[in-house]
Design a protein around this ligand. Sequence first.
Ligand SMILES: *[C@@H]1O[C@H](CO)[C@@H](O)[C@H](O)[C@H]1NC(C)=O
Ligand SMILES: *[C@@H]1O[C@H](CO)[C@@H](O)[C@H](O)[C@H]1NC(C)=O
Ligand SMILES: *[C@@H]1O[C@H](CO)[C@@H](O)[C@H](O)[C@H]1NC(C)=O
Ligand SMILES: *[C@@H]1O[C@H](CO)[C@@H](O)[C@H](O)[C@H]1NC(C)=O
Ligand SMILES: *[C@@H]1O[C@H](CO)[C@@H](O)[C@H](O)[C@H]1NC(C)=O
Ligand SMILES: *[C@@H]1O[C@H](CO)[C@@H](O)[C@H](O)[C@H]1NC(C)=O
Ligand SMILES: *[C@@H]1O[C@H](CO)[C@@H](O)[C@H](O)[C@H]1NC(C)=O
Ligand SMILES: *[C@@H]1O[C@H](CO)[C@@H](O)[C@H](O)[C@H]1NC(C)=O
Ligand SMILES: *[C@@H]1O[C@H](CO)[C@@H](O)[C@H](O)[C@H]1NC(C)=O
Ligand SMILES: CC(=O)N[C@H]1CO[C@H](CO)[C@@H](O)[C@@H]1O
Length: 830
Amino acid sequence: MKRRLGFLCLCLGFVLHALAQCTVPTSEFQLEGDYLIGGLFDIHQTRILKLQFDFLILFSCCSFSVLSQPFFLSHYRMFQLMRFSVEEINNSTNLLPNVSLGYEIFDHCSDTQSFPGILKLFLANGMIQPWGEPHEQHTHKSKVIAVVGPFSSTHTLTVAPLFMADLIPMVTYGSSSSVFSKKAKFPSFLRTVHPSTESIEVIFNIVQHFNWRWIAFLNSDNDYGIDGRELFIKRIKDTEICLAYTKGLNDNPDYPQIFKQIETQRIYIIIVFTPEMIAEALIESAIQLNITNKVWIAGESWSLNKRLPKTQGIKNIGTVIGVSQPVVTIPGFNDFIYASKSQNNCLNAEQNMFCNQVCNCSSVSAEDVLAADPSFSFPVYSAVYAIAHALHNTMQCGSGRCDGNIKVYPYIVLTELKKSNFTLLNQNIQFDENGDPKYGSYSIVFWNHSGDAQEIGFYELYPRVNFLINNSKIQWYMNGEVPTSVCSPECPVGHAKKYDRIHKCCFTCEICPNGTHVNSTVDPYKCIQCKKTEWSAEGSTSCSLRVVEYIPFTDSGAIVNMVLACVLVGITAAMSVLFAINYNTPIVRSAGGPMCFLILGCLSLSSISVFFYFDKPTTSFCILRFLPFVLFYNVCLACFVVRSFQIVCIFKIAAKFPKLQTWWLKYHGNWLVITVAFGTQALLLLISYSFDPPKPYNETVWYPDKIILSCTLNLAAFSGSILLLLSLCSLCFIFSYMGKDLPKNYNEAKAITFCLLLLILTWIIFATVVMLYRGKYIEILNALAVLSSLYSFLLWYFLPKCYIIIFQPHKNTKQYFQGIIQDYTKTMSQ
Ligand SMILES: *[C@@H]1O[C@H](CO)[C@@H](O)[C@H](O)[C@H]1NC(C)=O
Ligand SMILES: *[C@@H]1O[C@H](CO)[C@@H](O)[C@H](O)[C@H]1NC(C)=O
Ligand SMILES: *[C@@H]1O[C@H](CO)[C@@H](O)[C@H](O)[C@H]1NC(C)=O
Ligand SMILES: *[C@@H]1O[C@H](CO)[C@@H](O)[C@H](O)[C@H]1NC(C)=O
Ligand SMILES: *[C@@H]1O[C@H](CO)[C@@H](O)[C@H](O)[C@H]1NC(C)=O
Ligand SMILES: *[C@@H]1O[C@H](CO)[C@@H](O)[C@H](O)[C@H]1NC(C)=O
Ligand SMILES: *[C@@H]1O[C@H](CO)[C@@H](O)[C@H](O)[C@H]1NC(C)=O
Ligand SMILES: *[C@@H]1O[C@H](CO)[C@@H](O)[C@H](O)[C@H]1NC(C)=O
Ligand SMILES: *[C@@H]1O[C@H](CO)[C@@H](O)[C@H](O)[C@H]1NC(C)=O
Ligand SMILES: CC(=O)N[C@H]1CO[C@H](CO)[C@@H](O)[C@@H]1O
């Protein structure tokens, strides 16, 4: 009782068309039956007209001008398909035997003005009971068990809550907005058209197939278009594709402005995701504005448009590719249309009709209907059939009869609808948990030169995704070449991208400097440093291994050096023998006597170093490269210091400081100096080697494509040794220079000076070369410098003495020497 008090009695005013004359055919919008299916089709569309003044005029669907509102032939075709489907089911003996289906269809001409019709669907005994318990037996009397439609997502969003409240199944054939997949919000919603998620996926696949990157997306400024844009943006995230321009097209878009922006951004690919009417206006204005050389990607709502492909000038705008529903021929439909158009029954005056259940469609011929855009035919057909099958299952029909005692409630039909599993025209109709179709595919069409939408590929969704485009079927506006659309052209090989603007598609290219490479599969934005063992030229995509270089023992330069070292050892040995034989001759004594053997021995030992300049350096090689030479050459120098000092001493200092001479002789000053020099050098070397011993080292800086194996030499650690060598050298030089005016033939000092000059010259030349060249041959030069230092003493100091011993023995006598010295003292005392 309480609930009944809350009942609202809503009496709907019917607009009764009591036309006396038989001018209007019988309404195609109604059919009596045991059970009724509601239908909502946008055959006309009312628009809100904006007048000059600041007020609006609302046209209801019933206003007289309704007939002058845009009439959609394709929707009229869908409407006829529903009528056909119901009749076919009625005629069928298998499906719903002895049960007649009827329908109540409304021209859903306006989003806001269509409610009277919607409410009529809830009507039970001429009353609406808004608070009625939907499951209660007594309350629900309406014969409407389900609703087919409406078409557009916006309309569906508006009316769906009314049906959801009573769990009346709604099966739409055109609302593809992804929002309807949310079952929490739309529990009794199903659809026979794929959600926009899928058609956006197909568009995305087309864009990717042709490698387009720089895209414009024009959508209608409504639920369908905005949803499509959002899905597209979500889909191209983390891909190479950039959305360069997007615009929601409202009632009165500024086309010149839109196209100007597209033109200035040099976008060649335009996705148009709008209802048919907006797309028509857009394409027509594109033709009018002389827009050329574009690729237009049509959404399924207008890709099979019949009028646009035949419009004059359509060829100029470029190429149109579209995503469409596959064209399904529905057997018997043509006969039905011809039959129903030839009927001209008179309107029954008793019939209760709404004004939006009238269509002055007598002027529309059967041919017009059949030639209209066939999209959404199968969705309408399958929607009606799904409801019929659900009803069939609800009533437990079978073997030619149905159980008439079973009460049919919409929510039971809904349960059966969700379980749908039947075959219709070779398609297995099923719904997934969101009420979206679990069958079907898309076609990909191209508007060819004869003004037809030619199928060029397909996108199958079930049982698994299968995508194919036959490129050879497309005739591009640019003579067969696939147009490209990029913000910045791909970088040349070996260049890294550098972000330019906010889009990842826009970049400048920078060549990778030498020593780096770019691998565009890994990171096209970065020049990666090559490894130490690799090198690369400027603009490389990979690094190459460096060539490892060193002088092997078999190198001719190495052989020459080693032979020279051996010869040196041989010569020193020979000289030692010669000197030993002539040990007591004045020449040998003046050359230093026993010291000669020390010098010659040290020269031989120094030459050991030469052998370690070749082959791959190891730590021991590196140590032995320097150690023998520095240590023993140090002794040689010390000997020469002593020798030159003695010469000067004998002739000059002895005269002035006799005490010094006796002290020198008494304590064997010469050996003392040599020992101290040797000890100091040995100590210095020990310190520096323990601090930082020479190590093998790969020279990579000097030549980018080579690794030169050499040894490190820590000059700071070695500075002590070198300083000692240098100071010995200087001392030697000073003493020998002091003796340069000594007797002509007694030219020990001159020989030493000359040797020292040669030595200094050698190392200056070597240092200069090192400044300019670090190739592998530097080791040969280094060995040569060592040999040259050794040979200079051998050749310029010892060889003349050997010559005198062998070839001028008359000069090798005490008398001869004393003569020279007497001559000298005479000149000194003058
Ligand atoms: C239904 O049956 C009637 C007569 O039995 C026939 O005229 C009509 O064409 C059939 N309709 C369909 C859609 O099969
Ligand atoms: C068909 O239905 C009518 C009533 O609606 C009934 O009288 C008739 O017996 C039924 N026919 C069959 C074969 O069930
Ligand atoms: C388009 O081109 C036609 C001739 O090709 C010209 O008459 C018309 O003015 C052009 N329209 C625009 C908007 O440029
Ligand atoms: C139906 O349309 C035709 C022309 O399209 C028109 O002549 C006729 O008056 C219209 N009928 C009604 C009832 O509006
Ligand atoms: C649908 O029906 C077919 C047979 O008609 C059956 O093989 C299949 O398993 C059914 N599928 C589901 C999901 O029930
Ligand atoms: C255009 O497509 C239609 C339908 O596929 C086809 O019949 C026609 O031959 C095509 N025209 C051209 C020029 O390819
Ligand atoms: C693509 O179309 C051409 C004709 O336009 C046809 O010869 C070719 O076989 C087709 N290729 C495929 C894979 O279908
Ligand atoms: C590598 O680059 C450096 C610095 O830009 C340049 O000095 C050198 O000559 C280059 N080397 C080669 C092999 O191009
Ligand atoms: C880029 O890197 C990948 C993976 O590291 C590698 O397989 C490929 O060969 C590289 N490309 C070039 C050109 O080096
Ligand atoms: C078998 C059956 O019930 N057929 C009916 C289908 O609906 C038409 C009206 O459109 C009736 O005339 C048939 O009798």
